[in-house]
Ligand binder design. Structure first.
Ligand SMILES: [Zn+2]
Ligand SMILES: [Zn+2]
Length: 195
C-alpha cells in the first residue's frame, strides 16, 4: 500500500475526529517565496516560522467529504514598516468540502490544471479536490497560513517604521534627519519653492 501524505485521511476511516499539528519547519517551507516572509531572512528550515493546530470532524456524504472544526496557530513575517518580526495569529473556523477531482466544475483546460497542483478559483475557496482513497488536508492548512498574511503586516499597530533617509528604526531610536518639506506647508510659510 502506498504511503499516505502526512495530512491525509482515508475515506474508509470516516467518520473520524482528528487533530493535526503543523511544525515551524513546514510553515517556513510553505511560506517560502512570499515577500513578507523572505524579508525576515530566516533560514529555510526555521523552526520559529510558526505553528498550527487543527481539530477537525471529518465525515462523508456519498463521495463528498466534509471537514468541520478549528484551526489555530501563528506565524512570523516581516513588519511592512520596520522589517522586524511580526507575529500573526490564526484562529479560524474550518468548514470545507472535498470533492472528487472529476466532479469539480469548470476544469476547462485539463492540460494546464495539472502542472502546478490544482488551482481553486476564488468562488470555490472552501472546496478542495481529492483523488483515490483519501483526502489530503495539506492544501487547507497551507491556505490557513497564506491567507493569514495581510497586504501590509505590522509588528504592532503604531509601528513608527524606519527613517526613509537614514534607516534608523524609529521604534527604538531617533535620528537627526530633517523631514522633507511638504510643498504645501512651504507655500503656507511663504517660502519660494524652486521649480
Ligand atoms: Zn514594525
Ligand atoms: Zn534619519
Amino acid at each position: 500500500m502506498a504511503k499516505l501524505p502526512p495530512y491525509a485521511v482515508r475515506l474508509i476511516d470516516l467518520p473520524a475526529h482528528r487533530t493535526f499539528e503543523v511544525p515551524g519547519q513546514l510553515v517556513a517551507e510553505w511560506l517560502k517565496g512570499l515577500p513578507m516572509r523572505d524579508a525576515l531572512g530566516a533560514p529555510a528550515d526555521d523552526a520559529n516560522a510558526g505553528y498550527g493546530k487543527a481539530d477537525l470532524e471529518l465525515y462523508a456524504d456519498g463521495a463528498h467529504v466534509f471537514a468541520v472544526g478549528t484551526f489555530q496557530g501563528h506565524l512570523h513575517v516581516a513588519c511592512s514598516r520596520c522589517v522586524a518580526e511580526a507575529r500573526l495569529e490564526i484562529d479560524d473556523k474550518v468548514r470545507v468540502t472535498f470533492l472528487p477531482k472529476h466532479e469539480l466544475p469548470d476544469q476547462e483546460e485539463p492540460a494546464s490544471a495539472d502542472d502546478e497542483g490544482v488551482e481553486v478559483n476564488e468562488d470555490d475557496l472552501d472546496v478542495f479536490p481529492y483523488e483515490d482513497d483519501h483526502v489530503d488536508l495539506e492544501p487547507l492548512f497551507r491556505e490557513e497560513f497564506v491567507l493569514a498574511i495581510p497586504y501590509a503586516p505590522l509588528c504592532r499597530e503604531d509601528c513608527k517604521g524606519l527613517c526613509p533617509q537614514c534607516g534608523t528604526d524609529l521604534n527604538s531610536g531617533t535620528c537627526s534627519c530633517e523631514a522633507p518639506i511638504d510643498p504645501r506647508l512651504a507655500a503656507l510659510k511663504g517660502l519660494k519653492i524652486p521649480s
